[in-house]
Design a protein around this ligand. Structure first.
Ligand code: HEC
Length: 230
């Protein structure tokens, strides 16, 4: 009898301990994370991150198309990888970066580059160093649309799948559409036709261009903000 009581207490204890260590403790440490607010003489001068509802639809398309099967959105620090050397970000990403993302699309595979900062103005456009060939360059909306429709028109050796069903081929009536893709060679549509993005492609690209986790955070060494932050 006494022994089964010990066994029972042991089982309950180990469940309680793992519940504390795996659920309650992380919740206590990270659950209440708020945006970083910087004040200057009592006035709020900077808030990061900010809630970005206008790109939720684009984010949903990113998720439903499964982009996260090949792309991560998390930058590791120098000790744990070469992400910074590859130019995938100017600092590592931390929990606070994701507080407004309901399901952060962190991803676990990197068939393609990390996209955490793909829309950042700090995206480097250099092409040098050991990882130069992996280093994504600053791209604008028309580049991204071309890349989605036919990746090899912009990256010769790309093995990213094309997402042609996010576009439609239309007969040109009157003038060419402003958002028609500039396609050449085998990818070009028949004369008199044009390839234009469907709203899904436009929203997806707007979402990609909104991705920017380069803002300095006080918990990331070497990226401390200039004004006092709390
Ligand atoms: C089967 C794997 C795979 C899937 C799925 C995938 N990609 Fe890629 N992606 C790649 C590879 C590989 C590259 C690198 C070659 C290149 O740039 O085309 C890449 C490159 C990119 C780049 C270029 C970054 C830069 O600036 O150089 C962007 C943007 C991108 N992918 C977005 C997407 C989006 C959006 C989706 C979902 C609609 C997606 N990818 C789905 C494999 C994938």
């Amino acid at each position: 009898m006494n022994r089964s009581l010990h066994l029972f207490a042991g089982i309950i204890g180990s469940f309680a301990l793992s519940c504390y260590a795996l659920v309650l403790l992380p919740q206590q440490q990270l659950g209440g994370l708020q945006p970083q607010i910087a004040e200057d003489e009592g006035k709020i001068v900077d808030i990061y991150p900010v809630k970005n509802v206008s790109h939720e639809e684009g984010r949903a398309i990113y998720q439903s198309e499964g982009c996260f099967y090949c792309h991560s959105q998390q930058v590791r620090d120098e000790q744990n990888g070469t992400d910074l050397a590859r130019g995938w970000g100017v600092r590592r990403t931390v929990a606070r970066d994701y507080i407004f993302e309901k399901t952060p699309v962190l991803g676990s595979m990197r068939i393609g580059p990390d996209l955490a900062n793909v829309g950042s103005p700090k995206w480097r456009n250099e092409n040098e160093g050991e990882y130069a060939t992996y280093k994504p360059k600053k791209r604008d909306a028309s580049w991204h649309l071309l890349h989605l429709y036919a990746p090899r028109t912009v990256i010769k050796s790309s093995n990213m799948p094309p997402y042609r069903y996010l576009f439609e081929t239309k007969k040109i009536s009157g003038q060419r559409s402003v958002d028609a893709l500039d396609l050449t060679g085998l990818d070009a549509p028949e004369p008199g036709y044009e390839v234009v993005p469907k709203p899904e492609a436009t929203k997806l690209v707007a979402y990609l261009l909104s991705l920017d986790k380069s803002h300095p955070l006080k918990e990331v060494k070497g990226s401390a903000p200039e004004v006092a932050a709390k």
